[in-house]
Design a protein around this ligand. Sequence first.
Ligand code: AMP
Ligand code: MG
Length: 514
Amino acid sequence: MAVSNASLEALSWHARFLGEAPGDEMVGGRPRQVPGKCWSRVTPTPAPSPTLALWSTEMAEALGLERTDKAGVVLGGGAPVAGMQPYAQRYGGHQFGNWAGQLGDGRAITLGEVETENGFLELQLKGAGRTPYSRTADGKAVLRSSIREYLCSEAMHHLGVPTTRALSLVSTGEAVVRDVLYNGNPAPEPGAVVCRVAPSFIRFGSFQIHVSDGHHQTLRTLVDHTVRHHFPHHDSSTDEGLIAWLTEVAERTAVMIAHWMRVGFVHGVMNTDNMSIHGLTIDYGPYGWLEPYDVDWTPNTTDAGRRRYRYGQQQHIGAWNVARLLESMAPLMDDVSRLQPVLDHYMEFAMNEQSETWAKKLGLGTLQESDEALVNDLLELLGATEVDMTLFFRHLCTITAPDVAHMADAFYDGSEPDTSTWNRWLKRWWERVDGEPDRGTMLQVNPKYVLRNWMAQLAIDAAEEKGDFSVAEELYELLKRPYDEQSEHEAKWFQKRPEWARHRVGCSMLSCSS
Ligand code: AMP
Ligand code: MG
């Protein structure tokens, strides 16, 4: 592990994406269409009064970066240091199923790529001002959504879910106006900038836009760049190589979503511009965590009507998105008929991942034919009662007899379990595992602590009302070890959703407004 004692200037900065993919050299400028290009140079907007509020020591260590006030200024949008070459990426995307044309980094600015002992990492500021892709919006981010992104991306990493990471959160000292529920009530909120980190922020939509524009040469260059640096074991110059690469992207996407299903995470906005080519969870917006298990739940009020991005639909949307990526590769293929089997493979692979996931959560060991019915019957039972997903599965890890009384506190008030029905299922499960579920595996896949919506909200309330980041710090530390008992934290955080959070904005209702 690198020692965290270097300043930002001393890191090894690179700009491989700028060097290889075609771009727009004009710095900043008004929102505009930039056909055929992959990026535009921009200058971050400095925060008027930057305070480095949250700092991921782990991420800083991976970069070898020292925490200093100066770093806070730069990571809040201050003047870039030597080596950084800030730019906004251009991409398109399907939003809620409809092609939306050019989108791009409207409020994200990449500072550069840092070479570390473990490969290259791109550092990107979210909320540091306008870019040519900001359209009519302000390029800013509010503290509330920044805390949510910072805490959740770090928590997901420690849960073993592929994700982008967060390095820092700087509060800007500036008020940003938002209409939280898009219902005609705009109000000022404190602003913030998160520095997020990933091998790259290339998305499905990064490729789609060039097909839509008819710029096939740019598409070719971007594919070659992506494969060369991020998937060097593939060869993008042949149909075989492209198919092998796309199969890997499809599988990584399915694996990521299987992890979401395992921990009860609902992304909320699985638009193709929010799908990382690396299969990482990206763009933490109106995401949420299942508390009562409910396949139809979505945290995103913007999607409340159709529930396109509901929990139970996520693998299918993954397939839909992979289909859009595959379509966008057609111009590069000699034989386009080879693309369809990749999609067929996705569905089969994803369903298999899903079955394996439930088998692990139930400690079943090697899957048997009768397991499908066992799992489906459990999911049906869970859906029919208001029962907390995290508490239920965690208690299942420690049960010593097939008796639902062991997980009584997982049931929400007014939804007490029908004991005989539950015990009938528990007995079936108990017999299936011969009274010896694979507890070791169960304890590694059924987290005790996740970032429940109300937990993030408590951190936000303290930060917004008193500039107090101690709750955020406490959660950051707690969620570094989500599978450990940490019994000293049980009374506070190993709890189902409190009544006050049932209908509160930010806990049960979230929108894309961030
Ligand atoms: P999202 O729903 O966060 O994935 O954003 C969709 C698109 O809107 C992306 O191109 C974002 O960069 C852009 N966008 C979202 N919020 C803002 C904002 N406050 N200012 C500028 N662009 C934004
Ligand atoms: Mg996005």
